[in-house]
Design a protein around this ligand. Structure first.
Ligand SMILES: Cc1ncc(COP(=O)(O)OP(=O)(O)O)c(N)n1
Ligand SMILES: Cc1nc(C(=O)O)sc1CCOP(=O)(O)O
Ligand SMILES: [Mg+2]
Length: 288
């Protein structure tokens, strides 16, 4: 078994965002502001240079007792005794990284839809990234998944997951409202003149939201356990319409069945969900 992984504010390095200031200085400010997991991400340098940066960041994160994750490279992670590695959909598969990293280190992976999230969970990822929630210059050209994927992850994903992509203090509330309990950012923190303050403010939003919803992770009582298209899901939706919305299906050409009966679309808002409800959303397939 892996050790228990928990965190609220995940900060990733991004040296392009702080010309003239060193990576270690900026990341130390983030750590002082409460970043509770850190990733070294640098796509523009040689592996040798990455290794040197990783060693220095390892020392710093150890001082603050915060886990260090290395982006893309399990070998670098192992070489510096980092806590884990972060993979993308086009990086090494989870099974290969797990074999290299062993059972006790962290293996995380980016996901951009629920199918990838389920696959990551089944493959034994320790956490997943859910994003990019908003368009972001840090990952140009990558289509935003919007908060609708955040809500889907909140309903179904049981391993720790973190919302990422274009997250700032201006939109954090919306992401938290969609169900995120952990946030990750690059530019909003390392690109801020005051990374420590930026972390504090984001952390306050996360903690404030969690307290307002009265628990760190929403209590089981606030969820209804249902089955959606044959898969167990937990949801805070109270009606069929809210559930369809959570899956981004409210204006799609789908037929909804509840416990084997078709429910006309105009009745979705008045159709309550109960514990154990069996829901099927059936997509129309275009004929020719
Ligand atoms: C926490 C977290 N989530 C997502 C990513 C992106 O990983 P990937 O898709 O492999 O893209 P690159 O970061 O490698 O460009 C991440 N690094 N961290
Ligand atoms: C590196 C990365 N991966 C993403 C994903 O969704 O997989 S979004 C992203 C960039 C996050 O940076 P910022 O906070 O500056 O938007
Ligand atoms: Mg990658």
């Amino acid at each position: 078994m892996h050790r228990k992984l928990d965190f609220k504010l995940y900060v990733i390095t991004g040296e392009n965002y702080h010309p003239g200031r060193g990576m270690l200085e900026v990341m130390e400010a983030a750590l002082m502001g409460g970043a509770d997991i850190v990733q070294l991400r640098d796509k523009d340098i040689s592996k040798r240079e990455l290794l040197e940066k990783a060693k220095r960041l390892r020392e710093l994160t150890a001082k603050y007792k915060v886990p260090l994750i290395i982006n893309d490279h399990p070998d670098v992670a192992l070489a510096v005794d980092a806590d884990g590695v972060h993979l993308g959909q086009e990086d090494l598969p989870i099974a290969v990284a797990r074999k290299m990293m062993g059972p006790h280190r962290i293996v995380g992976i980016s996901t951009h839809n629920l199918e990838q999230a389920r696959a990551a969970e089944n493959a034994g990822a320790d956490y997943i990234g859910v994003g990019p929630v908003y368009p972001t210059g840090t990952k140009p050209g990558r289509q935003a998944v919007t908060t609708s994927y955040v809500s889907q992850a909140a309903a179904e994903i049981r391993i720790p997951w973190v919302a990422i992509g274009g997250i700032t203090t201006d939109n954090a509330a919306e992401v938290l409202k969609a169900g995120a309990r952990r946030l990750c950012a690059v530019s909003a923190i390392v690109g801020n003149v005051d990374p420590e303050g930026a972390c504090r403010r984001l952390l306050e939003q996360i903690t404030g939201w969690n307290e307002r919803t009265r628990t760190e992770i929403p209590s089981e009582q606030s969820y209804v356990h249902v089955t959606v298209n044959g898969r167990p899901a937990r949801t805070q939706a109270t009606t069929l319409f809210e559930l369809a919305k959570q899956y981004g299906l409210e204006s799609r050409r789908v037929v909804a069945e509840l416990n084997g009966e078709v429910v006309p679309r105009q009745s979705w808002s008045d159709t309550p969900l109960h514990i154990g409800s069996l829901v099927e959303f059936v997509h129309f397939v275009g004929g020719g």
